[in-house]
Design a protein around this ligand. Structure first.
Ligand code: AHG
Ligand code: MN
Ligand code: MN
Length: 334
């Protein structure tokens, strides 16, 4: 057995590939691609304050939001890296209007995997030196190998995911992922450019004392959510809870998974499905949460049961410690 501090991500991927039910070598190569892109984007994020590459790029993405240059750059790096490995047949990204089909004119290609990414999550935090992240989600295609991918390959429920994870570009850079066998976290040693296993078998505490929500939207929330927020603030038992909201889902999720807590992005009277995207943000986080013993819900049922209708679909999101998610569901449903 390897010493924890000496086990690198590359070694870990190989050592665990037999536990994976599909052609494991391919998934390992795919994860190695993500590891490489993560290092490249980390380098760019780290120097964001030094060079004049930040700020709005002038484009707006399909959600009508201002794109900042690092979003574009991260998007390019991940897509380039994933395209070049002859494993991925299709990519969909929060920053692209439509999905990308790879090798669609080569009938002999054997690429089986679909990747969905939020290349830069928390982009409003770039200009102010606050942690941002990347979120990824991996599926097997459902259409036959050797044919061009179709929308059907992308619109799979989250329960079909075979791997998911995130990179957090924070005080240190970490890559956290699951292939359905628990959640493991790796920290980048920037001097060596190597990720080391630092957080083996991560577990969401069953309950916690942190709630994360943009309370500026309070008056627009459904009554059940308002009541739950008041419940969090009430002095009773282990309450009041502490409010912590970074505004990068990746960072809020990461903290809550370590300390115990709940992240909420409810629907509101101004955004009927909230803000977060089912395919790029909610499903991968839900897979990680459940693999770590936590829970993810839209207020009424599990996120990963939802059958997506479109690529950029949004969904209300409640995710974190199991008991806390169950509590907010109770409030919403009553
Ligand atoms: P992105 O930067 O990929 O658009 O995602 C931002 C998301 C999420 O990371 C964050 O928690 C949330 O939007 C913040 O939204 P508000 O500013 O509306 O609270
Ligand atoms: Mn995001
Ligand atoms: Mn993004």
């Amino acid at each position: 057995m390897f010493e924890k501090q000496h086990l690198t991500l590359g070694e870990f991927i190989i050592a665990n590939q037999d536990a994976f039910q599909y052609t494991s070598g391919e998934l390992s190569r795919l994860l190695n691609g993500i590891r490489l892109a993560a290092k490249v984007v980390n380098h760019e994020v780290n120097k964001a304050g030094l060079v004049d590459i930040i700020g709005a790029a002038g484009d707006t993405n399909i959600q009508g939001e201002n794109q900042q240059k690092l979003d574009v750059l991260a998007n390019e790096k991940f897509i380039q890296t994933l395209k070049n490995r002859e494993i991925v047949c299709g990519i969909a990204s929060e920053e692209e209007d439509d999905f990308i089909s790879i090798n669609s004119f080569d009938e002999n290609h054997q690429n089986k995997y679909i990747v969905l990414i939020d290349p830069l999550d928390g982009s409003s935090n770039i200009d102010v030196n606050v942690s941002v992240g990347t979120i990824f989600s991996i599926y097997r295609r459902v259409t036959p190998v050797g044919t061009p991918v179709t929308l059907e390959d992308f619109l799979q429920p989250g329960k079909n995911q075979i791997a998911a994870g995130y990179i957090i570009y924070g005080t240190s850079t970490m890559l956290v992922y699951t292939t359905g066998n628990g959640v493991n976290g790796f920290t980048l040693n920037p001097a060596l450019g190597t990720f080391y296993l630092s957080h083996p078998d991560m577990q969401y505490p069953e309950t916690g004392k942190i709630y994360s929500v943009n309370e500026g939207n309070y008056i627009h929330f459904p009554q059940g959510v308002k009541d739950y927020i008041k419940y969090c603030q009430m002095e009773e038992g282990d309450r009041p809870y502490t409010s912590r909201y970074i505004g990068s889902l990746v960072s809020d999720f990461h903290r809550n998974m370590i300390k115990g807590g709940i992240y909420m992005y409810p629907k509101s009277s101004v955004a009927e499905n909230g803000k977060l995207r089912l395919l790029y943000e909610c499903n991968p986080m839900a897979f990680l949460a459940e693999q770590a013993g936590g829970k993810a819900s839209d207020g009424f049922g599990p996120i990963m049961e939802i059958v997506p209708q479109e690529l950029h679909e949004r969904v209300p999101f409640f995710c974190g410690s199991k008991k806390m998610v169950e509590k907010v569901e109770e409030f919403i449903q009553s």
